[in-house]
Design a protein around this ligand. Structure first.
Ligand code: CIR
Length: 266
């Protein structure tokens, strides 16, 4: 397995005992096996370590059903930490512990917040170089995008709103799998927003495969998507498969379970 040339800090959070009460938008509720979900999550954390991440895990809380999906709580760039303001009110109580962890582990950069009443979920924010694509979803509103734009413009970032439909977050539909390469399920997102980038399509039978996590030059992908894995490997992409089926029932994918910070200073 290739290890990331740089070291990364990955912030994760355990799976809540209350995961059965998770938010659901596009999926029917199915029983989630807590033991299996935790075992899969442990496998995911082990893979991140194998890929060169230092992993800091925030403990789960029984009264925060969705806390494992830590990605939604913050947007982190090299210059700034932005605490999000999740669109689902039940998820806003996840923020204090994440903010405390970021204040400790990303102490080299200032911290800002998306302020009420605006909403923004980290899962709607796709960072590609100095461009941020932000979903027009049910969770992220125009005011949230505008606040993010104002916070990041001074650091040279451009924020683009992107239309999506039929899925929860922008990164359900499209993720970065290389410096200028995106993995996409076009029926869910306006692919025209990504002119200038190379787009690879998931296998049409595996729409949720569009949520892949790039760590260094390795693409972490749920092992539920062998067809898309073969497509990627045929294009020379190194894929690290991981079991993630239980948390998929809670509408979470592989990006959702971590916040990765680049340029870890040791
Ligand atoms: C929610 O609906 O908020 C959670 N059940 C799933 C969040 C998944 N997060 C993500 O896609 N970034």
């Amino acid at each position: 397995m290739n290890r990331a040339a740089d070291r990364f800090l990955a912030l994760t959070r355990g799976v809540s005992e209350g995961i059965a009460r998770c938010e659901l938008s596009h999926l029917a509720r199915r029983p989630i096996d807590l033991g299996r979900a935790r075992a899969e999550h442990a496998g995911y954390v082990a893979l991140l370590r194998e890929l060169g991440c230092v992993v800091e895990e925030i403990p789960a809380a029984p009264d925060l059903p969705d806390c494992v999906f830590v990605e939604d709580t913050a947007v982190v760039v090299d210059e700034l930490v932005v605490m999000a303001r999740p669109g689902a009110p039940s998820r806003r109580r996840e923020l204090p512990a994440v903010e405390a962890a970021l204040a400790e582990h990303a102490a080299d950069r200032p911290l800002a917040r998306i302020e009420a009443p605006a909403t923004l979920d980290g899962g709607d924010v796709l960072l590609v170089g100095r461009e941020l694509f932000v979903g027009r979803s049910a969770r992220t509103d125009a005011a949230g995008r505008q606040q993010l734009r104002r916070l990041l413009a001074p650091h040279g970032y451009t924020v683009h709103g992107v239309d999506l439909s039929g899925c929860l977050h922008l990164k359900t539909a499209v993720t970065r799998i290389g410096p200028e390469r995106l993995l996409v399920h076009r029926p869910w997102v306006d692919a025209g927003a990504f002119a200038g980038y190379e787009l690879l399509d998931v296998d049409p039978a595996e729409p949720f495969a569009a949520n892949a996590l790039l760590v260094g030059d390795v693409v972490v992908l749920s092992d539920a998507f062998p067809r898309t894995r073969r497509r990627l490997e045929a294009r020379g992409v190194t894929v690290a498969p991981v079991a993630a089926s239980e948390l998929a029932k809670a509408e979470g994918g592989v990006t959702c379970c971590c916040v990765v910070l680049r340029d870890l200073r040791s």
